[in-house]
Design a protein around this ligand. Sequence first.
Ligand code: GRF
Length: 191
Amino acid sequence: MKKRIAIFASGSGSNAQKIMEHFKYSDTAEVALILSNNPESYVLQRADNFEIPSHVFDRHDFFQTDDIVKLLKNLNIDLIVLAGFLWLVPENLLKAFPNKIINIHPALLPKFGGKGMYGDRVHKAILEAKESEHGITIHFVNEHFDEGEVIYQAKFKVESGDTLEIIKFKGQQLEHLHYPKVIENLLKKYN
Ligand code: GRF
């Protein structure tokens, strides 16, 4: 049986796009649902393009009810993938999917993570700290921002003269390359 993936995204959804492309003809897994707290998110258009159902929810649904847990359980979701989703995952969801929720972060955790460390702020902090290397982290999600066990990291060297746009682009390239493969490897380990 194919494993079933649910992706949470709030923004552009370029990672979600790569994951949907990767699993479109896969025997291992399929993307069963895209979820977003942002009705304007471009990820919803991307889901439509792949004819993958999507679900928009609000803060109340997510934090005060079991609606999302029920939806994911009803759809027999095996793995929850966060791809540009900024809210902390509540306890009911963590308990319902132990070690089955992963996230991607645009830096080498544990450095440059935590609340408020997202998007351009991360890359700006890297340049300000004159870091010699930068990269991405794929990790399990727990009750704290960016603190769950690391599954995979990929790095690149920050060259002198690199701008925010350059390091952001290099990081995105690594995310797009590795996230789908890491998801596939993880799912192959589940029975
Ligand atoms: C990525 O940089 C990811 O690391 C972070 O949010 C961004 C999402 O980008 N968690 P996109 O919406 O997939 O383009």
